[in-house]
Structures are given as structure tokens and as C-alpha cells.
Design a protein around this ligand. Structure first.
Ligand SMILES: *[C@@H]1O[C@H](CO)[C@@H](O)[C@H](O)[C@H]1NC(C)=O
Ligand SMILES: *[C@@H]1O[C@H](CO)[C@@H](O)[C@H](O)[C@H]1NC(C)=O
Ligand SMILES: *[C@@H]1O[C@H](CO)[C@@H](O)[C@H](O)[C@H]1NC(C)=O
Ligand SMILES: *[C@@H]1O[C@H](CO)[C@@H](O)[C@H](O)[C@H]1NC(C)=O
Ligand SMILES: *[C@@H]1O[C@H](CO)[C@@H](O)[C@H](O)[C@H]1NC(C)=O
Ligand SMILES: *[C@@H]1O[C@H](CO)[C@@H](O)[C@H](O)[C@H]1NC(C)=O
Ligand SMILES: *[C@@H]1O[C@H](CO)[C@@H](O)[C@H](O)[C@H]1NC(C)=O
Ligand SMILES: *[C@@H]1O[C@H](CO)[C@@H](O)[C@H](O)[C@H]1NC(C)=O
Ligand SMILES: *[C@@H]1O[C@H](CO)[C@@H](O)[C@H](O)[C@H]1NC(C)=O
Ligand SMILES: *[C@@H]1O[C@H](CO)[C@@H](O)[C@H](O)[C@H]1NC(C)=O
Length: 394
């Protein structure tokens, strides 16, 4: 009762003190509720559109910026962007963001916001970006979110979200970045996501999904970045994915499912990072890979045979990880002289020089990389260690 009286008494004073704002009162009201729900100490004696931006706080992973768009004849303003990054904000997500009809950007990254994503947000008819990365959010993604046809970026990474991905997310007609890494999502990726043909970046690792990596990903012609590391999804990797022409960054790891041959890489001339780690790949390496690669990780597979001559084109690749395979034949000279970071450990190569078996030559790791280094043998002798027995090798 007392609280109500106080509020009634204080509110008119609050409005009077921002008599100069060109922000409609319903937007000021929305900001008050948003501030209260997130624990933001905004000063409403100042004009949010004029004064707040003057003491914005950016840098060091922090951001504290409210932006408005005011029409040129100076009659009215609207809030367009609220970015409150890295402020240790607690509290929950306010549904009242929907009362800011011109809002294009919500960024609440790296706070301690808990609770669920409000289903009301599905009615934001204009928003472009929502980033809630690194908070303490839980519950499911509300299916209503799929109604935001303008949304380009949805970043929900590093939360505690769970449940299945609603099939309504396949209704996103503008989505470019759908980032879901490091949550507790389950179930299969819905078939409706096949419709996301505007997508550029898709990341789903660090979850408990089930089922196969969907074939339809190979139809996303704009896709540049795909990350499926430790997602729970099963192989095989559809070869349509590795033929996508715009692909620059492909990261897949820890696949369950059947063994598969190395997938083809055709016109992927922009490929910069290729990680296919622990993907049950068996058989030979491909004759060549795009020479645009800067990072190549094929470790923890069952690849065998020689390193093909076509790999000579990878001299500009800065990191090459082939550890824990069954590769054989001689180690190409360039791998010992290039000075790049190359890990050939735990393979079955022919020794380079039987009277001098080095564990490392320049930046190339040769530990247990030779055929005689059968580390599953009881002796656990690794030739480059000489007579030293390696007790922890396994
Ligand atoms: C705005 O409020 C201030 C006091 O906060 C007052 O001095 C001023 O006259 C008011 N301006 C208008 C246009 O009402
Ligand atoms: C933040 O404030 C500074 C100094 O007033 C200003 O130059 C800058 O444009 C502001 N940044 C934003 C995003 O409004
Ligand atoms: C101000 O401009 C808007 C369009 O941006 C227009 O609708 C409105 O009538 C204008 N108001 C005045 C007072 O000129
Ligand atoms: C935010 O959460 C982290 C980890 O959960 C915790 O260490 C930190 O103290 C929290 N900060 C606040 C302001 O609650
Ligand atoms: C949306 O996010 C992108 C990438 O962070 C940024 O370049 C763009 O300016 C944002 N849009 C708005 C309206 O803030
Ligand atoms: C999506 O919006 C339409 C109207 O635009 C509405 O009829 C429908 O109920 C909404 N769906 C959800 C899941 O909110
Ligand atoms: C590579 O691109 C060329 C020209 O764009 C095209 O003719 C060819 O079919 C493509 N090859 C593959 C394997 O996609
Ligand atoms: C092999 O290593 C020994 C001892 O370091 C060295 O004397 C010999 O020249 C090396 N042989 C070749 C072919 O590099
Ligand atoms: C063995 O080869 C490595 C690299 O080629 C060299 O640095 C090292 O001195 C050699 N050891 C002996 C004993 O010749
Ligand atoms: C390694 O040793 C084990 C046990 O002696 C044997 O079964 C296996 O075939 C060997 N592997 C290779 C590549 O020699």
C-alpha cells in the first residue's frame, strides 16, 4: 500500500523532470521497466536520447549505450539500440522491450541475467540483432521467436537453455547468424531449418542434440561458417556441405555414428579453417585440399596411407594437426623445414633417420609418430625417447 502511494507520488515528478525529451512517454515507461528489471540505475531526470549517450561506457568488453533515432525536424525520437554488455547485470529479461517499436538491436552479452526468454519478444516486428551470449538463461527458446521475420542475428551461446529447437525458427526469413553453442539443447535439428537460405553462420556445438547432421545444411548457399563441435549429432558428414562454395570456416568434431571416407572438397577456395577432429574418418587423405587453408585439424581419426604430394600446396597453412591417425610412408621434407606448427604424433610413419629419431624437428611434433612406436604394446617404448620408457603413454 505504502509502495503504491509512493509510486503515484513520485511518477509525475519523474515525467516532469524530462519535459524536454522527444521520446514518447510509452517508450520512457518501457525504459523504466527495463532498467528496473535488469538492475540498471538509469537517471530519468536526464533525456535518455540526449544525455545518456554522453556518458556511455565502452571498451574492455563493456558497453553501456542507449541510442535513439530522432527525425530531422526534431519533433520525435525513438530508441533504436540498447547495448549493456559485460556489466554483471542480474535480473531477468523484460518483455517490455516490445514497447520500443523502433528497436533494432538488443545486446545483453556477458551479464548474469537468469530466467527465460520472454515469448512476448516474438512480436518485435523490426528487430535485427539479439545477443544474449554468456548469461544464465534457462528454459526453451519460445516458438514465438520464429515470428521475428526481420531478425538477422540471434546469439544465445553460453547459457543454460534446454529443450528442442522449435520448428518455428525455420520461419526466419532474414537470419544470417544463428548461434546456439554451449547450451543444453536436445533432440534433432528440425527439418524446417532447411528453409534458412539467408544463413551465413550456424553454430550448434556443445549441446546434447541427437540424430544426424542434416543434409539440408548443404543447401545453404550463403553459408560461410559452420561449427558442429561436440554437438551430440551423428555422422556421416553430408558431402554437400563440404562442396559449399562460400565456406570459409568448417569445424566438426566428436561425431558419433559410422566410419566414413574423407568427404570431398571441391570449389571451397575460400576455406580458411578446416577442423574434422574425431569424426570417424577412415581411408586415405584426399589428393589435395584448398591451399587457402590456414588451420587444418584432422586429428583423432582412422586415416591411413601416405601424405599425398598434393599436400605440398599447404605450405602456407600455419597449423596442421594429424595426431592420432595411422598415417604411414615418409614424412614430406617440407613438413620438417617449413617452420609451421605441425603435429604428426601418434602415427605409423617411416622413421626419417633410424640413427637419429627426434621427438621434434623445428615446430613439427614427431612424438610416437613412427611405425615402431606401437604405443599399445606393453613395452610402451617410444623410439625418440631412446631407452626411456614412457609410463603415461597410452
Ligand atoms: C522543464 O522542466 C524544468 C524543471 O525541471 C523547467 O525549469 C522548465 O521550464 C521546463 N520546460 C518546459 C518547456 O516545460
Ligand atoms: C560515447 O560517448 C562519446 C563521448 O561523448 C562519443 O564520442 C561517442 O560517439 C559515444 N558513443 C556512442 C556509441 O554513442
Ligand atoms: C516531421 O517529420 C515527420 C516525418 O519525418 C512528419 O511526419 C511530421 O509531420 C513532421 N512534423 C513537423 C512539425 O514538421
Ligand atoms: C556472476 O556470475 C558469476 C559466475 O556465475 C559469479 O562468479 C559472479 O559473482 C556473478 N556476479 C554477480 C554480480 O552476480
Ligand atoms: C547488428 O550486429 C552487427 C554485428 O555485430 C552490427 O554490425 C550491426 O551494426 C548491428 N545492427 C544494429 C542495428 O545495431
Ligand atoms: C506469429 O504472428 C502471427 C501474426 O503475424 C500470429 O497469427 C501467430 O500467432 C504468431 N505465432 C506465434 C507462434 O507467435
Ligand atoms: C566448381 O565451379 C565451377 C564453376 O563455377 C563449376 O562448373 C563446377 O561444377 C564446380 N565444381 C563443383 C565440384 O562444385
Ligand atoms: C642420420 O643421423 C645421424 C646421427 O645424427 C647422422 O650422422 C646422419 O648423417 C643422418 N643421416 C641422414 C641421411 O640424415
Ligand atoms: C638429430 O636430428 C636433429 C634434427 O635434425 C638434430 O637437431 C640433432 O642434433 C640430431 N641428433 C644427433 C645426435 O645427431
Ligand atoms: C600394435 O601392437 C598391438 C599389440 O601388440 C597389435 O595388435 C597391433 O596390430 C599393433 N599395431 C601396429 C600398427 O603395428
Amino acid at each position: 500500500m505504502l509502495v503504491t502511494i509512493l509510486c503515484v507520488a513520485l511518477l509525475p515528478f519523474g515525467f516532469a523532470s524530462i519535459n524536454t525529451t522527444l521520446l514518447p512517454s510509452y517508450e520512457v515507461n518501457a525504459l523504466r521497466v527495463i532498467g528496473r528489471t535488469l538492475g540498471k540505475k538509469w537517471d530519468f531526470t536526464e533525456d535518455p536520447c540526449v544525455e545518456w549517450v554522453k556518458h556511455n561506457d565502452t571498451g574492455d568488453g563493456r558497453e553501456d549505450v542507449v541510442l535513439c533515432n530522432c527525425d530531422s525536424n526534431g519533433t520525435i525520437c525513438h530508441v533504436t539500440s540498447i547495448s549493456l554488455k559485460g556489466q554483471s547485470l542480474v535480473g531477468t529479461l523484460p518483455p517490455e522491450f516490445t514497447n520500443l517499436p523502433n528497436l533494432l538491436n538488443i545486446n545483453l552479452a556477458r551479464n548474469n541475467i537468469s530466467g527465460t526468454i520472454p515469448s512476448e519478444w516474438g512480436s518485435m516486428g523490426q528487430i535485427l540483432n539479439i545477443s544474449l551470449v554468456a548469461n544464465l538463461l534457462n528454459g526453451q527458446i519460445p516458438k514465438e521467436i520464429g515470428n521475428i521475420s526481420t531478425l538477422k542475428i540471434l546469439n544465445l551461446e553460453d547459457n543454460m537453455l534446454s529443450g528442442t529447437i522449435p520448428k518455428e525458427l525455420g520461419d526466419f526469413t532474414s537470419i544470417e547468424r544463428l548461434l546456439l553453442t554451449s547450451n543444453s539443447f536436445t533432440g534433432e535439428l528440425p527439418a524446417s531449418l532447411a528453409n534458412l537460405n539467408t544463413i551465413i553462420e550456424f553454430r550448434v556445438g556443445g549441446n546434447d542434440f541427437s540424430g544426424n547432421i542434416p543434409e539440408y545444411i548443404g543447401q545453404w548457399q550463403s553459408l560461410k561458417i559452420l561449427s558442429i563441435q561436440g554437438s551430440g549429432l551423428e555422422g556421416p558428414i553430408p558431402s554437400s556441405i563440404t562442396l559449399l562454395a562460400s565456406l570459409s570456416d568448417l569445424r566438426i568434431s566428436d561425431l558419433k555414428g559410422p566410419d566414413m571416407l574423407f568427404p570431398p572438397f571441391g570449389n571451397t577456395t575460400l576455406l580458411n579453417t578446416l577442423i574434422l577432429r574425431s569424426c570417424n574418418l577412415f581411408g586415405n587423405l584426399p589428393d589435395s585440399l584448398p591451399n587457402s587453408l590456414k588451420v587444418l585439424d584432422l586429428s583423432f581419426n582412422k586415416l591411413s596411407g601416405r601424405i599425398p604430394d598434393g599436400f605440398n600446396d599447404l605450405k602456407a597453412t600455419n597449423y596442421i594437426y594429424l595426431t592420432r591417425n595411422s598415417l604411414s610412408g615418409s614424412v614430406p621434407d617440407w613438413m620438417l623445414t617449413s617452420g609451421k606448427n605441425i603435429d604428426l604424433s601418434y602415427n605409423d610413419f617411416t622413421p626419417i633417420n633410424t640413427s637419429n629419431l627426434s621427438c621434434q624437428i623445428r615446430e613439427t611434433n614427431l612424438f610416437a609418430s613412427f611405425e615402431k612406436d606401437n604405443i599399445s604394446k606393453k613395452s610402451k617404448e617410444v623410439s625418440c625417447l631412446g631407452n626411456v620408457v614412457c609410463p603415461t603413454c597410452k
